[in-house]
Design a protein around this ligand. Structure first.
Ligand SMILES: [Zn+2]
Ligand SMILES: [Zn+2]
Length: 460
């Protein structure tokens, strides 16, 4: 395993190597070198760059194109993690993806620099779309084209409301072309325990020997449960994460993946991670394969109330992302930690040193004494309490995204965990849309970059 320092120096060496390669290519081509970049069929210098959108590019000639971390190059459906392409009298094409946080950037086209300014766009993973879908799922009315009313989704005794919602969610993935299954497991040894019922959507990878995934639990805390009396909408915990998975599925349709990828909605998380365990430890053809290397898993639970949203007292809501496993709290051990940090600090340019006066109500396991005033609690940690634990126990490198919780969000596991309450605590629909959009982009980018990071491996 690498320490943080050795990985950082490796990245610097790579950067040196690519810039040297560019010099030699340019030099050997002599005065005839020329590299042309068109974006959306327009010269790069005069193209329109919309935030959150994919732009088509065509590159032709000899030389090196380099984009900064705040812009992603995508070729053959995968991210070029170096941000650099060198051509020798050739032609290539692909996409440029501009995160919603990138307002301006400098692109290096061989020996020219092009300064670009971005304008507002329609993001491929969008807080506005997330909100519309949340509203549809949680609203109850007589016109079923207007209101899904997919509420009361607790596991327990067979619950028709849960089954109906699971069918709706499964239909979303099927409609996007995913090989989608409903995994129903009855625990016959313990008939008083709930069965689990997961939605599993598979996307096949280029490499048949490995597997990776993302997921969120779609069940909600049952009525009467601790600590808040259970919930009906479960808007924050975890309709929010469920809808983020629906949006990731849509954004990943036109991407290629390296390893077979599961996009999962778990049941029975609130009953002890029973749904993800049923997927990971059964032998069904669409369960987790046990003859392939499980590389990484990204988990979304309790999303949308976090920085950049603010509490009514003016403090930012805390933002939590924890990678794992974390065997030594003093050292970064996991390659996926590098990806998580790169996405937050370099791609999305989050204000990593932001802090509040005083301390938050809840946070990480290993460094809380030092981190309790940090808005961004983003690092390797042992934190459990959700479905990433199932995959961490199988040696996967994991990232767990979690918004404000426990003492920082009073509606936790209570009937007031509603979409209206989420809007109220962050101070408006637009604030909520911005807040969820940031964390969704973090997770989406972590996924597509981790997918192209071969050093991420099973550590079990
Ligand atoms: Zn919960
Ligand atoms: Zn921490």
């Amino acid at each position: 395993m690498k320490s943080r320092a050795s990985v950082a120096s490796g990245i610097i060496l790579l950067m040196l190597a690519s810039s040297l390669a560019g010099c030699f290519t340019t030099g050997s081509a002599g005065p005839n070198y020329d590299l042309e970049l068109e974006v959306d069929f327009t010269d790069a210098a005069s193209a329109t760059y919309k935030r959150g959108e994919m732009h088509i590019f065509e590159l032709e000639g000899t030389g090196t194109l380099t984009v900064p971390p705040t812009i992603l190059l995508i070729i053959n459906g995968s991210v070029v993690t170096s941000g650099s392409i060198t051509l020798d009298d050739a032609k290539t094409h692909g996409h440029i993806l501009i995160p919603p946080t990138t307002n301006s950037a400098t692109i290096q086209i061989d020996d020219r620099t092009v300064e670009i300014e971005t304008i507002e766009g329609n993001p491929i993973v969008s807080g506005v779309e997330w909100y519309d879908r949340m509203e549809f799922i949680t609203s109850i009315c007589s016109d079923s084209t207007q209101c899904g009313a997919y509420v009361n989704r607790w596991m327990g005794t067979p619950n028709p409301a849960f089954e109906r919602a699971a069918s709706y969610f499964a239909g979303h993935f099927t409609g996007l072309g995913y090989e989608t299954h409903i995994l129903r497991v009855n625990d016959h040894l313990n008939p008083s325990q709930p069965e689990s019922l997961n939605v599993i959507a598979w996307k096949r990878g280029r490499n048949v020997s490995c597997v990776q995934g993302m997921g969120a639990h779609m069940d909600i805390a049952p009525p009467g449960g601790p600590p808040g009396g259970g919930t009906y909408e479960g808007a924050y915990d975890n309709t929010a994460g469920t809808v983020s998975m629906m949006l990731f599925a849509k954004a990943l349709v036109n991407m290629e993946v390296e390893c077979d990828t599961f996009l999962a909605l778990w049941s029975s998380e609130e009953e002890g991670l029973r749904g993800s365990n049923a997927f990971a430890n059964n032998q069904c053809s669409y369960c987790l394969p046990h003859d392939k290397e499980l590389k990484f898993y990204i988990n979304m639970d309790m999303m949308g109330i976090s920085w950049p949203a603010h509490k009514s007292n003016g403090d930012a809501f805390p933002y939590h992302a924890w990678s794992g496993p974390d065997n030594d709290p003093d050292v970064n051990e996991m390659e996926i930690t590098e990806v998580m940090e790169y996405v937050h600090w370099d791609v999305l340019e989050a204000p990593r040193n932001l802090s509040i006066n005083g301390s938050y109500g809840a946070g990480c396991d290993q460094h809380w004494d030092e981190h309790q005033s940090h808005v961004f609690d983003v690092h390797e940690d042992t934190f459990g309490r959700s479905d990433h634990v199932t995959f961490r126990n199988k040696g996967a490198q994991t990232i767990f995204h979690l918004g404000a919780y426990d003492d920082d969000y009073s509606a936790y596991h209570s009937p007031s965990d509603t979409l209206d309450n989420m809007v109220a605590v962050v101070g408006g629909v637009e604030e909520l849309q911005k807040s969820i959009e940031f964390v969704m982009w973090a997770a989406y980018l972590e996924f597509i970059i981790a997918d192209q990071t071969p050093s991420i491996h099973n550590v079990g």
